[in-house]
Design a protein around this ligand. Structure first.
Ligand code: SF4
Length: 362
């Protein structure tokens, strides 16, 4: 599409100008207008945000708008460095933008109707240090911009699908802690939900956090509020602090209070993720504490079999039998519980395995 726009503009913007410019894919019509984009900003936004229109030259962007975009914005999508398909249909896509690599995972499902869930990165690397997570070994390199986050979605749709957005769901469970980059993530969500673009419902977008309470409160006030998921993984403060250092700042009581403040819609539930670690968080006492912690919270508890990897030596997955017993005990105590089927294991795209150079534990 960039080529198309450059042709339409009749001149390419200089590399140095583009490098310093904001990504065109992170600008909503109001921002295009404020910055001086001529012609119909709605038309320009629509053309940029709908990948299924990119191969068609008609109707072309207004010439002046195309020239303005080339000169005042960065029209480069994140570049695909490589994509690797798993035997279950999952594809792990490694992107490069601004010299840094990050990953998205494309997971087709065909339950009642064909659908795609895309797992997105919000940062390059991650600074949260969760001990069971491969991404943590990278440390935090930088935040992704809203344009890079939206660009991941559009580039993946253009390359692999789906063709239109009505089959698409998004989860921020790739590399990074989204609520440490909450301003860009919230803006990206508003852009992705814009009716002139993909027009996604915020109910089809889930943001997963390791427990950044300040960010949860900020996300609760977002104009397009997504669904919330929490990566919990322990039922006592000493254990949670040992495997998730964020617990030093916001402990289990503060976290539960923050979830209690979440402005639930009718039938909305918070997804609580729990990576099952043998001998660490899978005891019978953990069941009792988990039931008490979840009491009164509209939830869906998702038990996640641990994916062993080089960055978590000494951590072992709970056995499948133990995961089943744990789930059954929680269910009997009145919790809503599911066991996650891990996807993309053979291409290191499953939970806890994304690291560039191999995402995340959520
Ligand atoms: S689990 Fe999520 S928050 Fe924790 S280190 Fe991994 S990517 Fe970061």
């Amino acid at each position: 599409m960039l080529e198309l726009l450059e042709r339409a503009a009749g001149a390419g913007g200089g590399e140095s100008t583009r490098a310093a410019s904001p990504s065109a894919f992170g600008l909503v019509p109001e921002q295009l207008a404020e910055r001086g984009c001529p012609g119909s900003v709605n038309n320009a936004f629509q053309r940029l945000q709908r990948p299924w229109t990119w191969t068609h030259v008609e109707p072309p962007l207004h010439q002046a708008a195309a020239r303005w975009l080339v000169e005042h914005t960065d029209l480069r999508l994140p570049e695909v460095e490589r994509d690797v398909g798993a035997s279950d249909g999952t594809t792990r896509v490694v992107y490069r933008s601004g010299g840094d690599a990050f990953e998205a995972v494309h997971m087709p499902r065909d339950v009642r109707a064909p659908r795609v869930t895309m797992c997105l990165s919000s940062q390059v690397g991650c600074g949260m240090g969760c001990r069971f997570c491969a991404t943590a070994s990278m440390g935090l390199v930088r935040n992704l911009s809203a344009g890079e986050i939206v660009g991941q979605v559009l580039a993946t749709m253009d390359r692999i699908g789906p063709k239109t957005s009505n089959q698409l769901s998004l989860v921020f469970m790739g590399m990074g802690e989204p609520l440490h980059n909450v301003t860009e993530v919230v803006h990206a969500i508003s852009t992705l939900c814009h009716p002139l673009g993909l027009g996604l419902s915020p109910r089809r977008i889930t943001v997963s956090t390791s427990g950044v309470v300040k960010g949860i409160d900020e996300l609760a006030r977002a104009p397009r509020r997504p669904r919330l998921a929490l990566s919990l993984n322990a039922t006592t403060n000493p254990t949670r602090t040992a495997i998730m250092p964020v617990n030093r700042k916001w402990d289990l009581a503060e976290l539960r209070a923050a979830l209690g403040r979440w402005p639930f819609e009718a039938r909305e539930r918070i997804t609580v993720e729990y990576v099952m670690l043998a001998g660490i968080n899978d005891a019978d006492d953990d069941v009792d504490r988990l039931v008490a912690w979840l009491d009164g919270l509209p939830h869906m508890l998702n038990l996640i079999p641990f994916n062993p990897h080089h960055a978590a030596p000494g951590m072992r997955a709970s056995s499948p039998e133990r995961v089943s017993e744990f789930a059954a005990a929680l269910h009997a105590a009145g919790c809503r519980v599911t066991v996650r089927v891990n996807r993309g294991r053979d291409v290191a795209a499953a939970c806890g395995q994304l690291v560039v150079g191999a995402g995340s534990g959520r």
